[in-house]
Design a protein around this ligand. Structure first.
Ligand code: HEM
Length: 133
């Protein structure tokens, strides 16, 4: 009974997160690609400048968590549907869980701990708000 309720919540989560992900991903692509210079203009200064802004920090966190949890839950269902050997199924589900937790922790750390003005870096590689050395 408890499993059924969890599966139902998972089903609802996949529909809701799918809709939110469409908006987040298209915003992400538009902001990163529709700038002067397009994809070629993405460099350290661009990324560090974005990640110094709390709006983009939380935007990226939402995108990271939703995309990973959505993708992981989808993969979990595929494994449960197609992998019939119990031991192999357990190994794959464990690997999936470990990789997802690792990516969520590392990705979130990058978003909130990136130093946009690392000491000793030439000024032309840094965002414009970094103090001149
Ligand atoms: C041509 C396609 C893409 C380009 C050029 C691109 C570019 C970038 C860049 C420059 C960043 C770092 C700065 C920022 O936050 O915007 C970034 C971060 C990120 N992108 Fe993309 N992206 C693309 C597609 C996608 C797609 C399809 C997804 C999700 C399904 C995605 C998910 C993310 C996430 C979650 C982060 C934050 C990662 C972190 O710092 O932990 N990106 N991307």
């Amino acid at each position: 009974m408890k499993t059924l309720r969890l599966e139902r919540l998972g089903w609802i989560f996949m529909r809701l997160s799918g809709v939110v992900l469409i908006a987040l991903i298209f915003t992400h692509l538009t902001v990163n690609l529709m700038q002067d210079g397009g994809v070629k203009a993405i460099d350290f200064a661009f990324v560090a400048g974005k990640l110094a802004n709390p709006f983009w920090q939380w935007f990226d966190t939402a995108l990271l968590w939703l995309a990973l949890i959505h993708g992981t839950n989808g993969m979990r269902v595929v494994i449960q549907d197609y992998v019939l050997r119990p031991r192999l199924r357990k190994v794959l589900l464990t690997l999936l869980a470990v990789s997802t937790v690792t990516l969520i922790v590392l990705g979130t750390l990058v978003i909130f701990t990136l130093d946009p003005c690392p000491a000793g870096t030439p000024a032309d590689l840094l965002p414009s708000f970094c103090p001149a050395v």
